[in-house]
Design a protein around this ligand. Structure first.
Ligand SMILES: *Cc1c(COP(=O)(O)O)cnc(C)c1O
Length: 386
């Protein structure tokens, strides 16, 4: 009989490093196997040997370790893996019923903002937006009868902070569920369920996997209720399932989440401070800066740092910003975030003409390189502006 050595009293970081002390029951292997089978044979009584595991669109045993790790990381009751962050997020909205009222941020992950707008129109959802830069707008937006409040904090790419405990109180008082896109905060810095959230969403493609080589998404719930069951059905029947190899890579990536994320977050803080002191920089947005509008709330709900994402506005407008991006050597000019390698992105180019993002803004995803090297790279690129 294999030992169950997952010690719930140990630090989360200790438990996650070993995949919750996984050991394969048959072989003792300390790393879980990948199950590539799409179908599973029944026994002589026509029962499935592993209940629920019959066809891999419904369930894949490879998901078990990463899903348990996700539930532990977010202090939730259950977790579901999806094919991408978008597949996870959209499953939440598809579990709503036409006529439901939703409250969503004005500034958030661009792809999801665009999808929600179109989906709300076709699915008949009443969409109310709140302003991430104005926390009081949430009070007016969440009216009685609201079904779902969606929050992203810190929110892409200005990193405004939304007070999760307050959002949960407002949502619950109105009879709504609170769902949080916590991709940027990661469970290393914030655990929304502990602050009252009902559902946490992750683009696991980003920091959870951490190596820019897996597309995956995840949802974690506070409790298994009817809404969660609808989401699980949506995954199985809608078929937006994670590949077995991706699920396996994700459990491997998550084992080093704390190491990577703490290092990147410490560097992001140092970079934000260095950029703030540079004459060619107009403004830096990072919740770890004491003068950032979201800092006091962020200091309350984030721990072990303020994350690996920051943005800065370059003096001289769009052309100056693009020139800086072009001169950077350690930061690759690429979209996405949360990988071990640092990236820079000009969001206004990516989002197009209806983007609310200033065109002199560069977004940085800080990796695990030496922070002095990253600061030197940014400094040389900014110094070269005339
Ligand atoms: C990337 C991202 C998503 C979408 O995730 P995909 O895996 O690309 O589908 C959603 N929210 C945030 C904050 C993201 O960064």
């Amino acid at each position: 009989m294999a030992k169950d050595t997952d010690d719930h009293d140990a630090a989360l970081e200790s438990r996650i490093a070993s995949g919750l002390h996984f050991a394969d029951k048959e072989t003792g292997a300390v790393i879980p196997p990948i199950h590539l089978a799409t179908t599973y044979a029944r026994d002589t009584d026509y029962a499935l040997p592993d209940p629920g595991v019959g066809y891999s669109r419904d369930q894949n045993p490879t998901y078990r370790v990463p899903e348990r790790m996700l539930a532990a990381l977010e202090a939730g009751a259950d977790a579901l893996l999806f094919a991408s962050g978008m597949a996870a997020a959209t499953a939440v909205f598809r579990a709503l019923t036409p006529g439901d009222r939703i409250v969503v941020p004005d500034v958030m992950y661009w792809g999801l903002r665009h999808w929600i707008k179109t989906f709300a129109e076709t699915w008949g959802l009443e969409r109310v937006t709140y302003t991430t830069a104005d926390p009081d707008s949430l009070v007016a937006a969440i009216t009685p009868g609201t079904r779902l409040v969606w929050v992203e904090t810190p929110s892409n790419p200005l990193w405004d902070t939304t007070d999760l405990a307050r959002a949960a109180e407002l949502a619950h008082a109105a009879g709504a569920l609170l769902a949080v896109d916590s991709t940027v905060a990661t469970p290393v810095h914030t655990q929304p369920i502990r602050l009252g959230a009902d559902i946490v969403m992750h683009a696991a493609t980003k920091a959870l996997n951490g190596h820019s080589d897996v597309l995956a998404g995840a949802l974690v719930c506070r409790e298994r209720n009817d809404f969660w069951a609808r989401i699980a059905t949506e995954r199985g029947e809608g078929g937006a399932v994670c590949g077995a190899f991706e699920a396996w890579l994700l459990q491997r990536g998550m084992r080093t989440l704390f190491l990577r994320q703490r290092r990147a977050s410490d560097s992001a803080q140092a970079i934000a401070e260095a950029l703030q002191a540079h004459p060619k920089v107009e403004r830096v947005r990072y919740p770890g800066l004491v003068d950032d509008p979201g800092h006091s709330v962020a200091a309350k709900q984030m721990h072990d740092g303020f994350g690996s994402m920051l943005s800065f506005m370059v003096r001289g407008g769009r052309d100056a910003a693009l020139a800086v991006a072009g001169r950077l050597r350690l930061f690759a000019s690429a979209t996405s975030l949360g990988g071990v390698e640092s990236l820079v992105e000009h969001r206004a180019t990516i989002e197009g003409p209806d983007s609310p993002i200033p065109d002199n803004l560069l977004r940085l995803s800080v990796g695990i390189e030496v922070s002095d090297d990253l600061i030197a790279d940014l400094t040389q690129a900014l110094d070269a502006l005339d």
